[in-house]
Design a protein around this ligand. Structure first.
Ligand SMILES: [Zn+2]
Length: 421
């Protein structure tokens, strides 16, 4: 059924995770999909796999776009295979951020920086290198171990009000509290933001980065919707959530990561040392102008997603009919949504490659496309390389520019399928 009139079916969790209003309006329904990080090992190929609905709703009261919590975070994040350090451009982004914040906030040996979801220490290592004390908070024990090996002290816990109290008591309150690409990943967003209020020092600054919902809608980035991402965030909605917990967004930057993200700056509500900047007011107004407080705008999205799917499949069918070989590059979470929603298996992609040794030798969830070492591309000389992490297209086309030696071409699937020259 089209038109976003699907009913939540009486599910007990079908209430907005922030404001608790009932959810009844569809943003987009992407069918059934397995968890994006459950890469299949060879001995599991004949096993059954769990598929969960990938159905995003929009709350008409606060405009939070969200998935229901089909799977608990323990199942998703405790053995997370994503090591941030495997992406060069991501590590470089982190380095520039650290330099900027050290200058902007005048951080030094007396300061304290804490990062929530600090992964393998890819970001905090840049503060440590400049002599700024830091601490990570990270739920996945295996990636936290990699951080500790780099000399980054790390608390292995999910973040929320309870963890905030414990960390504040034991290690003090940070002058800079940051969390990149984590706000969308928390099922209990109130417990999480409430925890930041507790942990942040007086006069301290919070920064968070998350993909901007407006970009997702503008550029058909439906593949960024997967079970690990519970929420899809606009500036206006995050501002409401922060205000509810006594925090104020005083500034914002629009940055290019993940196809278009926001970096928000927050402080305690009554902190006069951080006056609200014009950029925050301007973005709030832009989102209103663009219809983000209007249900009809959200309901236009699903038709564009279906069109994007048809175009991609048309390209793949034609390439195969012409006898061309097509392989993938990358095995990111977004690739899983794209492959499962579009029904792309080894009938279209011979294999995909990934630099992470944790993924090599395994298979993509649901679609069972083998994940190989990137050197395989040189051996098999494919006609087309479909870039699944399209947000890293520039890095990948540079690293693999050698495919042009045999006339190979790169293809990106989003916002609409396009062969790169
Ligand atoms: Zn709501």
């Amino acid at each position: 059924m089209d038109g976003g009139e699907k009913i939540a079916g009486g599910s007990p969790q079908a209430a907005c995770r922030f404001c608790k209003a009932p959810l009844s309006k569809t943003f987009v329904d992407l069918g059934m999909s397995p968890l994006c990080q459950t890469h299949i090992e060879p001995h599991e190929l004949n096993h059954m796999e769990r598929f969960y609905p990938l159905h995003a709703w929009v709350c008409e009261a606060c405009w939070l776009v969200q998935l229901e919590e089909y799977v608990s975070p323990d199942q998703i994040f405790s053995d997370y295979a994503y090591f941030s350090s495997y992406s060069d451009s991501w590590v470089e982004h982190a380095r520039r951020y650290a330099e900027k914040m050290i200058d902007k906030l005048g951080l030094g040996g007396q300061s304290l920086v804490m990062e929530i979801a600090s992964n393998d220490g890819y970001l905090l290592q840049h503060f440590k290198a400049r002599g700024v004390p830091c601490r990570g908070i990270e739920p996945a024990a295996n990636v936290a171990e990699a951080a500790v090996a780099k000399g980054i002290p790390t608390t292995v816990k999910f973040f929320g009000c309870q963890t905030a109290k414990e960390v504040a008591r034991e290690f003090g309150q940070p002058n800079l509290l940051l969390g990149n690409n984590v706000l969308a990943h928390v099922p209990d967003i109130n417990d999480f933001v409430g925890g930041m209020k507790i942990l942040l020092n007086q006069g301290g600054v919070i920064t968070m980065e998350f993909p901007h919902l407006l970009k997702l809608m503008d550029e058909n980035q439906f593949d960024t919707i997967y079970h690990e991402h519970f929420s899809y965030l606009s500036f206006g909605t995050v501002e409401k959530i922060f205000a509810h917990h006594g925090l104020r967004l005083f500034d914002v930057e629009q940055i290019p990561t993940h196809g278009g993200s926001l970096r928000i700056y927050g402080c305690h509500m009554d902190d006069a040392t951080h006056p609200t900047q014009p950029a925050a007011v301007a973005l709030r107004n832009l989102e209103i102008e663009r219809g983000l407080q209007n249900l009809a705008e959200y309901q236009k999205f699903e038709a564009r997603v279906k069109d994007t799917k048809r175009r991609l499949l048309r390209f793949l069918v034609e390439a195969r009919e012409q006898g061309k070989s097509v392989v993938g590059y990358g095995a990111p979470g977004k690739g899983n949504t794209l492959l499962n929603y579009c029904g792309i298996r080894t009938d279209f992609l011979d294999y995909t490659v990934d630099r992470s040794p944790h993924k090599q030798g395994r298979y993509t969830p649901g679609t069972h496309i083998p994940i190989l070492d990137p050197s395989r591309i040189r051996e098999t000389k494919p006609d087309y390389v479909l870039i699944l992490p399209w947000n890293l297209a520039k890095e990948i086309t540079t690293q693999c520019s050698f495919i042009r030696e045999w006339g190979g071409k790169f293809v990106v699937p989003i916002p609409a399928v396009r062969v790169l020259d």
